[in-house]
Design a protein around this ligand. Sequence first.
Ligand code: 7PJ
Length: 403
Amino acid sequence: MKVRVREFKDKASLREYLLSVGNTPRGAQILSSKGRVYLFEVSGVDTRAANILKQDAISVGADCAVPRRASSFEKGRWTVLLIATERELAKLFEKLKEQPFGLKELPARVEAALKNYLKDSFTLKLPRGRELPLSKPAVMGILNATPDSFSDGGLFNTLESAVKRAEEMVEEGALIIDVGGESTRPGAEPVPLEEEVRRVIPVIEAVRERLGDKPVISVDTYKAEVARRALEAGADVVNDISGLQFDPEMAGVVASYGVPVVIMHIKGTPKNMQKEPYYEDAVSEIIDYFEERIEFATGQGIEREQIILDPGIGFGKRLIDNLCILKRFGEFRVFGLPLLIGTSRKSFIGAVTGVKEPRERLAGSLASLVPAYYGGAKIFRVHDVKETYHFLKVLEAVEESRC
Ligand code: 7PJ
C-alpha cells in the first residue's frame, strides 16, 4: 500500500475524481458531501441552546466548540464554533427542527451563510440593458482625473491623455475604468463639488464617446451630485469609498438609476482616517459594517444584487489590519455578493517591502492580490492594468485546469 494526500478545490471536483476512480454516482454524491469540513461561527447563542447544539452536533459526528462558561451553565449569550461536513449538517438540521431556545432558526441561517459563501458567479445589471459578468476576475483600471494624485502626479489630468490612458487600459484587459476626481489618500483635503465635476464629467463623456459602450465606467466619488452627473454622462457604476455614508443623497441617486454600487469600508474620513485607527478585530468589524450598510442600502431602494463589497485597504487601517483583511478575505463571502479589492501601490506595500516610490510597488501589489483572489475577489482595482491582467490570467488558468 502507498499513501498520498490529495486536495480538491470544491465538492464538484471531488465528485468528479471519485467517479473517475470507479465510485458509483450515488457513492460519489454521498462521499463528496463528506469531503470538506466547514466552520461556522454562531454568535448570540443562549446557554441552553449552546449545550443542546453541542450534543446534537456530536451525535451526528460533527462537533461544536462551546465556551467553558456556557458549558458550566452560566447564563448568557455566547459565540460557538460549529464544525461539520455538509452531510453532517443535513443530519443535524433534522434534529434542530425539534429543538427550543432559538435552535429552530439555525438551519436556515447556516444554510444561507454556506450558500452565500459558495456563490462564485455574479451578473450585475448596467444601464442600457448591458451586463457586468463577474464569474471570472475583472480588472478595474484607475483613471485619475486629479492634479494631485499621489502616484500619477498630474500626468493624466488633461482630457486627451485621460482618454488615451482609458483606451490603453481597455486594450490591456481592463473591463472597468474607474474615474476619480478627488484624491482620497490619507490627509487629503476634500475637493469642492464644482471642481470635482469639472475634472470628472468631461473625462467620462469623452471616454464614453470615444470608446463606445464596451468599457464599464465607474465613478469614484462619495458626492451624490457628482454621481448623478456622472451617470447622466455615461457612467455605469458608482464607487463610493464612504459606503453611502458621507452624502445622505447618495443612496437615493444609486437607487433611482438602478446601477451597481461599490460599498467600501472606511473608518473615519480621508482627512482623519489614518490618525490612530484601532480595531479589536478588523475583519469582524468590517463584516458588521457590511451587514449594516447592506440593510441601509436595500432600505433606500437599492437592489441587494447590485451591491459590490470592498473592505477598503488603507482606509483607516494599520498595517496589521490590511494584512489580516487579505489573509481572511474569504470571510467577506458570507454575503454572497461580489468582492472588490484595491491594494495597488498602497502604502502598506511600501511598509512591507521598503519601496518608497509608489510606481515601484508593482511586484508587491501583485503579490497582495493572491490571497484576495483565492478568497474570492472578483474585481481588482489597479494602476498597472496589463501586468495585473496577465497575472490574473495565469492564476485563472491554473484554477480552471482539469487535472
Ligand atoms: C480605493 C478606491 C479602494 C475602492 C481609492 C488609492 C486611493 N475605491 N478608491 N477601493 N482606493 N472601491 O487608489 O490608493 O481600495 S483611492
